[in-house]
Design a protein around this ligand. Sequence first.
Ligand SMILES: Cc1cc2nc3c(=O)[nH]c(=O)nc-3n(C[C@H](O)[C@H](O)[C@H](O)COP(=O)(O)OP(=O)(O)OC[C@H]3O[C@@H](n4cnc5c(N)ncnc54)[C@H](O)[C@@H]3O)c2cc1C
Length: 401
Amino acid sequence: MVVGAGPAGCAISLLLARADIPVTLLEAEPRLSSPFRGEALMPSGFEALEQLGFPCLPATVPQRRLKGWRVLVEGHPLLEVPEPIGPGPACTLVAQEELLATLLAQASESSCFERRQGVRVTGLRRKGDRIGGVTLGDGESLAADLVVACDGRASLLREEAGLPLQLAPPQHEVLWFLLAAEAVAEIREWLGGTFLTVLGAGNGFALFETAADQNLRLGWLCRPGDGLDLSPGEWLEHLAQTCAAPLAPWLRQLPTSALQGPLRLPIQVGLAKRWHQNGFLLLGDGAHPLSPVRAQGLNMALRDAVVAAEELLPALRQGGGPALDAALPGIERRRQPELHRIQALQAAESSSGELLRSQGWLRQLLAAQPSLFRPLMTQIWLGRQRQLRQGLPLGSSPGVP
Ligand SMILES: Cc1cc2nc3c(=O)[nH]c(=O)nc-3n(C[C@H](O)[C@H](O)[C@H](O)COP(=O)(O)OP(=O)(O)OC[C@H]3O[C@@H](n4cnc5c(N)ncnc54)[C@H](O)[C@@H]3O)c2cc1C
């Protein structure tokens, strides 16, 4: 049984169903859509998708290849790096809802797969020293040989199973906005398909074109709990003050109706020391809520599922029980090193951004002499990106049928 139809839950459901293992997927929300979920696929995510049976992204999934990365400091370009960086495909933005629907459509081809949408799991049921299923909001109780909890960063089932998160110190939060396509043609053309980071006047934001349409997504960085309670017009002015021409005047000219949001994403970064109990496995954000820095969440969730399937399938074919429980520690052992590495790289990236954001003298210095500092900054940045994009080798495995 799988709880949660995000990337981790859909991917593990597909891999199990394809191997003729009976699997029921339970999802609380009536639809796969959500206001916004991570949508950047890195080479590490493409590698996982290939293992899921998609050597390339299906054309039915709206997608947008990034053209490159740009960082503006006090209006001056500090960094401009084209995609792809290093080996593998370019970072690509995908519409998560359609990607998940594609995975589930494949899973549905197996008669072993059952999907129950709009069903909230409220607890775990126990059988002796094992977790033996779940309870639902309406009191129904479902038995299972294994509960795979893919219920996201606020995982109820992680709590219920008594698997605490080791939390990293609080990091910044992100306020997400959408800029309506019809109002931002000039900005979109100027962006040219790049992912832009703007640092200035003690603030910072990221701006990029979404995968599914021509809207622009804007992520405003702020400290935890920063209570900026601004009207859309005040927000546009605040954003404009953080950047320079040509972006600043374009933002000031936008009609306030073009700005939607903000949607606050509180960033809780952590790693569960233990991902399993007998009869229970935690995957995805539930096991390792990540920072949004360089969009790793979708990629790591897919990679968790690939490794979990590789470890679980032999035991499931033997009928579950003790063999199944014995397979669980191997999943955590194989996934922990990559998650530790990714979280450390994200923290380093976040600290550099915070330093630039908070130290006006440093921004002025870099902005005054961009050609002097650009090669060094580019080198440091690229060193981190390559590791963030590729992940660690998924490790030796018997292969997923
Ligand atoms: C607003 C927002 C913005 C984000 N931005 C980024 C980003 O820019 N870059 C990035 O990499 N990542 C981002 N993320 C995180 C990224 O989306 C996740 O890392 C990724 O989706 C993790 O996948 P998952 O399958 O583990 O969990 P999720 O995608 O969170 O899926 C969990 C699923 O479980 C369901 N569920 C929860 N509880 C229950 C229950 N009790 N019963 C049944 N179903 C339940 C939920 O409805 C949900 O569908 C963002 C997340 C949010 C919420």
